[in-house]
Each structure stands twice: as structure tokens, then as C-alpha cells.
Design a protein around this ligand. Structure first.
Ligand code: FBP
Length: 477
């Protein structure tokens, strides 16, 4: 029974004091189901046998008089609950079926079904990697396999972590490797500039015969492979965020299937967006531009099942999610908004409450389910906030709006923000190509990784925050 419950919870630490011999932290490996001692703040010889852990916990359960019959364990195979569970699961539509029907219904995105299914498989792999990060030491900075040196500092100025590189590769290959080549190029938080799918899949991009396979793709994809990566060390929730844009009509390719204009579009041009939350359960939330649907990963069948059809965020909520440690550096409108809320103790007419996990996907998912507002405002260190428009704020804003909520910068819709367009391209004719090339790349980088103050949540709450910007904000904004 205990083992079944242990399998329910993806990553579990057992922190126990045994014989007053110190505090032991054991992690159950989701793969080998063996426990391995993980934390060094104690001395002990060899691993404590799993059986003794379970017996001691079992005995403490017995001691505390909790009945140990199967009713505690929903998965215990008593005929009635098993058949009930099977019956219930059958009713839930699979993601595959959902995509087949929805993409068939929407001719504009008909070719995206297999791409999105391949992306969901990549999310399953990332889910497994996140669960194994502790047991398989997938931690710490990535080491360049060739030089054996620490990997590069990414365009965000962060040393790339092993998990960043692993998950980035999985998402690159999922978007570019999907059976029907719907995607021609991709942009990622981990890549300084967009890459053509021909390049990602290792095709000789100078050979048009091969790279043409991808240039027929109608769409480009943007993504953050592992969002909230700082949370992984402490086994807190993390996520993946993605968005898909149609390649604008008449845009010819600059080189090997790549054209920056395809990426530097307003969020209103997105045709699909989604995120996957890796937490107590693994949930994929998706919009194809007509409503929002949530799919929970069935850990036994490794299948995404439609557990949250037609998600709607409450029009008003009492939950707020800000990293208030920075609040003294926030601009006046946000400071006034937070102050007013805490002084009244109310938001949306209800007792206000705060939650901040420190991962955009986790905090926004919480707001989507319960109502309220998530915010990452501008502050002294980040005058444009921390979140990146293209592959964090805009996809989350599309999901929020499609669920009946709102996404704002404080001064307008996030989806209306046009990323900065590179200028030097226009002057290419006159100048020396190399310099122009460099300028173009630098400017493109700015556009691809531009940051934006981000407020996401229930319409009433985001509207209220916008009113504070209108009243206390800078007129020139
Ligand atoms: P990463 O994509 O680099 O993880 O950064 C984004 C993020 O982690 C968000 O998920 C989260 O909301 C925010 O940064 C947390 O930042 P802070 O620790 O400053 O509150």
C-alpha cells in the first residue's frame, strides 16, 4: 500500500529521524523505485534499507491508529474501485483525439496537430528528466562535451545548466522533427538568435534540395524549454512555455529558411500557445485560438487526458502572486496597487491571499484556476521587468485572454506589443556587409529577447491594476 502511494507522488523526499541518529533525506527514484540518501547534512554508512523505512513509517501510521486498509490507497486493486477508476479514465478524451478533431475543425491550423503531439511527447520527456534530476545528477552547469569546459553563458547572461541544454534540445527537435514539417524555424530562450529547422535537424543548409524540406513550413515556434529553472534544485514546480506564429505572407527567406520578421510579430498574430507544468501532477494547457483546454498526464499510461475542457478564469479573484521582496523598487502604480490591497485586506470583495512559487508557469496556472492576478513588474534593476515578451509573456497572455482573463503591461495589452524591429537591415545596401550583419544580429537578439512588464489574471483584477497605472503612472508611457 505505502509503495503505491509513493508511486503517486512523482518526486518524494522522506525526511526521517531514526534512532535520534540525525536527519536523513531519501529520494524515491521514479525509475528504480529505490531510495537513495540525498543530503549531506548528516553522516551515515550505506543506505538505510527501504523496507525498514516503510516498516517504520507503516508502524507510525499504525501507531497513530490510521487504518491501513486499502481505502487509503485509491489505486489498490479492489475490484470495485479499479473498475470505477477504469470507467472514469475512459471518459477522458486523449490529447491526440482532441488535436485530431480541433485541427480538423480549424482549417487554418490543420497541419499543426502532429507538431503539437510531438511537443507533448517532449514535455513527457522533460517531465521524466525533471523527476530524475536528483537521482541522475542532472544538476549544475552544463559541461561542453568537446572542451570539457563549463558551457556558454546564454543570451540572458546565465551559465547554461545541464537541464537547460537537455530540455532545449528536446524542444528544438520536437518542433523541427515533427512528421509534417509545419515549422520552418524556431526561437528559444537558450538560443541567442532564431534557428532554421534545417539547421536544427543538421541538414546542410547551403544545399537547397535538403533545406527546402523545412522552408515549406508555414509556421515558426518560440519557447522557453525550462521556466523557473531556479526551482529545480529544491524540487519545486517548473514549466515549459511555447507559442506558434504563422510566417507572414510574402516574407521571403533571408537564408536557409530563416526570416526574423516571422518572429518579431505582435502576440495577436499567434495561432497557438501552451505551457506544461511539472508539479504534483503534470498538466499541459493549450489554446488553438478558440478557448483553453487542460490535459493531465496519466502517470501509468503516460497519456495526456483532457481533464480541464474549456477552462475559464473567474472574472475576479482574491489571489495575488508578486515577488514582493522587490516591491520597494516597483514603480508607483504597482506599489499603490499592492498597498491598497493589503490595507483593505480585500481584493475582488474577498479576503486577499498571496502565493508565489517563483515559476511563471506554476504561479499563472494557480491564478488561472482560482482567479486573481500574477505580476512581474518593472523595477530598478529590470526597467522592462524580467519576463521575455516572445516566449514567456505573450504565450501566457494569449492563454489568459482565451480563458476570459487579461494580460497587460500596465499600459496596454501584452498581445499588442510589437517587439523592436531591427533597423540596420534597411541600410544594408550602402554599408559594409560584415558590420551590417553584426548590427542586424545584435538588434535581432534585442527583439527576440525583449522583456516586458507582465500582469496576467482575472479581468477585474488586471483592469484595477491598469487603473492605478492610469492614475499614478507616467503620462509618456
Ligand atoms: P527563467 O525562465 O530564467 O527561469 O526566468 C523566469 C522566472 O523564473 C519566472 O518563471 C518566474 O516567475 C521569475 O523568473 C522568478 O523571478 P524572481 O526569482 O526574480 O522572482
Amino acid at each position: 500500500m505505502m509503495k503505491n502511494i509513493l508511486q503517486l507522488i512523482p518526486v518524494l523526499f522522506i525526511v526521517a529521524t531514526i534512532d535520534k541518529g540525525g536527519v536523513y533525506a531519501f529520494q524515491l527514484s521514479p525509475i528504480t523505485s529505490s531510495t537513495r540518501c540525498r543530503h549531506q547534512h548528516h553522516q551515515h554508512q550505506g543506505s538505510i534499507s527501504r523496507a525498514s523505512i516503510i516498516t517504520s513509517l507503516q508502524s507510525s501510521l499504525d501507531y497513530h491508529g490510521s487504518n491501513t486498509n486499502d481505502s487509503l490507497d485509491p489505486l489498490a486493486s479492489s475490484s470495485s474501485s479499479q473498475s470505477e477508476a477504469n470507467m472514469k479514465k475512459k471518459d477522458l478524451r486523449t490529447l491526440q483525439r482532441f488535436l485530431e478533431v480541433e485541427c480538423w475543425k480549424l482549417p487554418t491550423i490543420r497541419t499543426l496537430d502532429s507538431t503539437l503531439l510531438t511537443v507533448s511527447d517532449a514535455c513527457k520527456q522533460i517531465n521524466r528528466i525533471v523527476q530524475r534530476a536528483q537521482t541522475d545528477d542532472l544538476y549544475g552547469a552544463a559541461i561542453d562535451p568537446v572542451t570539457g569546459q563549463l558551457a556558454e553563458v546564454n543570451v540572458q547572461g546565465e551559465v547554461q545548466q545541464q537541464l537547460d541544454v537537455l530540455c532545449n534540445t528536446l524542444m528544438l527537435r520536437a518542433f523541427c522533427g515533427a512528421s509534417n514539417n509545419a515549422i520552418c524555424a524556431v526561437a528559444s530562450e537558450e538560443e541567442p538568435l532564431p534557428r532554421s529547422c534545417a539547421d536544427v535537424m543538421g541538414y546542410d543548409t547551403t544545399n537547397s534540395a535538403t533545406s527546402n524540406i523545412f522552408t515549406s513550413g508555414e509556421y515558426v515556434a518560440v519557447f522557453d524549454p525550462i521556466d523557473g529553472s531556479k526551482n529545480i534544485d529544491s524540487s519545486l514546480p517548473v514549466g515549459t512555455v511555447f507559442g506558434i506564429y504563422r510566417r507572414p505572407e510574402g516574407v521571403e527567406f533571408e537564408k536557409d529558411g530563416l526570416n526574423l520578421d516571422s518572429f518579431l510579430q505582435r502576440g495577436t498574430e499567434m495561432v497557438a500557445a501552451g505551457y506544461c507544468l511539472y508539479s504534483a501532477t503534470t498538466v499541459l494547457v493549450l489554446t488553438l485560438g478558440s478557448g483553453v483546454h487542460g490535459f493531465t498526464l496519466d502517470p501509468d499510461k503516460q497519456t495526456f487526458l483532457q481533464t480541464h475542457p474549456n477552462m475559464r478564469i473567474p472574472d475576479v479573484g482574491s489571489l495575488y502572486s508578486f515577488n514582493e521582496a522587490y516591491s520597494r523598487d516597483y514603480n508607483e502604480p504597482v506599489q499603490k496597487f499592492l498597498k491598497n490591497m493589503k490595507e483593505t485586506g480585500k481584493m475582488g470583495g474577498k479576503k486577499v491571499s498571496s502565493r508565489y512559487v517563483g515559476a511563471l508557469v506554476a504561479d499563472v496556472h494557480n491564478v488561472l484556476i482560482n482567479g486573481g492576478i500574477y505580476g512581474y513588474p518593472a523595477d530598478r534593476d529590470n526597467p522592462q521587468g524580467k519576463l521575455r515578451l516572445l516566449y514567456e509573456s505573450a504565450p501566457m497572455a494569449m492563454i489568459m485572454e482565451q480563458a476570459g482573463g487579461a494580460g497587460s503591461t500596465g499600459y496596454g495589452r501584452i498581445l499588442d506589443v510589437l517587439p523592436p524591429q531591427p533597423h540596420s537591415k534597411k541600410s544594408r545596401k550602402g554599408g559594409d556587409n560584415d558590420d551590417e550583419e553584426f548590427d542586424l544580429e545584435k538588434e535581432a537578439e534585442k527583439g527576440i529577447h525583449v522583456r516586458v512588464p507582465t500582469f496576467l489574471g482575472s479581468v477585474e483584477n488586471v483592469f484595477e491594476l491598469d487603473q492605478f497605472h492610469k492614475y499614478y503612472g507616467d503620462d509618456d508611457e
